[in-house]
Ligand binder design. Structure first.
Ligand SMILES: NC(=O)c1ccc[n+]([C@@H]2O[C@H](COP(=O)([O-])OP(=O)(O)OC[C@H]3O[C@@H](n4cnc5c(N)ncnc54)[C@H](O)[C@@H]3O)[C@@H](O)[C@H]2O)c1
Length: 433
């Protein structure tokens, strides 16, 4: 197996988060700071905790991933980013009410030192928010240039060798792919023509990041990097991109239970999923336009895993419904219910019920850390364009039209680990040994 040439992880890695004052971003940053001070445990993070088997099972070699894969050190991470509210990250994290005050106070000085850069924001794309810390009205092209300047300034001021940009901002309203997205040339013409209807702010951030050589991670279900124009740009600039929509709660469970039904050839008649959550994300998703983007992202999973075309008698007629209800008292502590109507021997019906009392940002934070470190690794490996080996982390993995996305969590996990083995020049495993 040919070893991939990996550039050293030396120097500072700038982590610029879009929506840096949000619940996910502030929980990710505060948590990472507390892990590196030795006061918190990185539970849920593959890069920090997981091992990787090398060689045959009887060789008993299970080093930690971070011991054998050249990842950036947590001490080298420098955090920053943009938000439409100007409070510093300590204040933002207190407002988000995810982490306890005592946990935030332990890293208060470092959180207070992070102040958001004014954002590129357009209320037509997020109806429920009224931003006050935004860049003055300008054309889409000009705003993109300003974001590039922000990235360059951050890189210089913090002495960063490399930058990763991650979207953890609100979900934008659903927009379909249009001709302006189909090639880089068409997209750049639309930028110059200030086509605000087809270029939401998220595309300005992605275009700016990729142009500056920074990998871009799309944590929300926005169309953004899921268009040929961005793949072309990422290919031209040799920059990795990945997305979209972190797979954290209900969909994580769906991508574990669906393969179970399929491997046992159990049928499925219906899957009803409903949630209550009361954070700002819930408020944004209460708007039908933003919910539609999320709904599309959540719905595709079951069909791709169960292959109704191949198994029409088992999965040809599934009723799949997803609901998200904004319910303020729950704050970030989402509750997700699933009612699953399954079918067994001779067509006899059965039911499965799942009640997941989770914490949205606690589930998302370790994914953010892993995605930042793996995207930086991909950059140093010279990988460019869509990083399908990171599909493990996403509800709706970005893919070109000629590829079928993999949704099964355990297949995704195997692909991720085999990619890491390839990077370090170890044989990939077929798991039969
Ligand atoms: N927590 C999870 O489990 C999970 C899972 C999948 C996806 N997501 C997505 O992650 C995103 C963040 O979730 P959250 O709970 O932190 O939400 P949040 O509302 O707490 O944070 C979003 C932040 O983005 C800011 N923002 C909005 N538009 C912006 C723009 N154009 N530029 C800069 N900042 C902007 C908001 O001011 C806010 O601070 C959402 O899109 C959510 O759907 C979260």
């Amino acid at each position: 197996m040919e070893k991939v040439e990996v550039r050293d992880a030396k120097g500072k890695l700038g982590v610029m988060v879009v929506g840096v004052g949000g619940a996910v971003a502030s929980t990710f940053i505060a948590g990472t700071l507390s892990v590196r001070r030795g006061t918190g445990k990185p539970i849920g993070s593959i890069t920090q905790l997981a091992t990787i088997r090398l060689g045959r099972r009887n060789e008993n070699r299970f080093p930690k991933i971070k011991e054998v894969v050249p990842l950036a050190e947590l001490d080298d991470l420098v955090f920053g980013g943009w938000d439409i509210f100007e409070e510093n990250i300590y204040q933002a994290a207190v407002h988000a009410e995810v982490l306890k005050k005592e946990d935030l106070d332990a890293v208060r000085d470092e959180l207070e030192a992070i102040s958001p850069i004014p954002a590129v924001f357009d209320q037509d794309f997020v109806k429920r928010l009224h931003g006050t810390h935004v860049k003055p009205e300008a054309t889409r092209r000009r705003l993109t240039e300003q974001l590039r300047e922000d990235i360059r300034r951050f890189r210089t001021e913090n002495g960063c060798e490399r930058i990763v940009v991650m979207w953890a901002a609100s979900t934008e309203i659903y927009i379909p792919q249009s001709p302006e997205h189909e090639s880089l040339e068409a997209f750049e013409q639309a930028l110059d023509a200030d086509r605000r209807d087809v270029i939401p702010p998220s595309m300005c951030y992605a275009y700016a990041a990729i142009s500056e050589g920074a990998p871009f991670i799309m944590g929300a279900p926005n169309l953004c990097i899921d268009i040929p124009a961005m793949w072309e740009l990422a290919g031209r600039e040799n920059v990795p991109v990945c997305g979209k929509d972190y797979k954290t709660g209900q969909t994580l469970i769906k991508t574990v239970l669906s393969p179970m039904l399929k491997t046992r050839m159990l049928g499925l008649e219906g899957w009803f999923s409903t949630n209550i959550l009361g954070n700002r994300d819930g408020e944004v998703l209460d708007d039908p336009g933003s919910f539609r983007t999320k709904e599309v992202s959540k719905l595709s999973v079951i069909d791709t895993i169960l292959q109704p075309d191949v198994y029409p008698e088992l999965y040809g007629n599934i009723y799949h419904k997803v609901r998200i209800n904004y319910y303020p008292p729950r704050k970030d502590n989402k509750e997700g219910w699933d009612n699953i109507d399954i079918v067994g021997w001779l067509g006899y019906p059965m039911q499965l019920k799942v009640d997941f009392l989770c914490r949205d940002s606690i589930l998302a934070a370790p994914l953010c850390l892993d995605l930042v470190l793996f995207s930086d690794l991909a950059l140093r490996c010279g990988f460019s364009g869509i990083q399908s080996w990171l599909s493990f982390y996403f509800k709706s993995p970005v893919h070109t039209p000629d590829r079928v996305p993999e949704h099964d969590l355990f297949i995704q996990h195997t692909i991720l680990k085999n990619t890491l083995r390839r990077i370090i020049g170890e044989p990939t495993l077929d798991y039969l040994d």
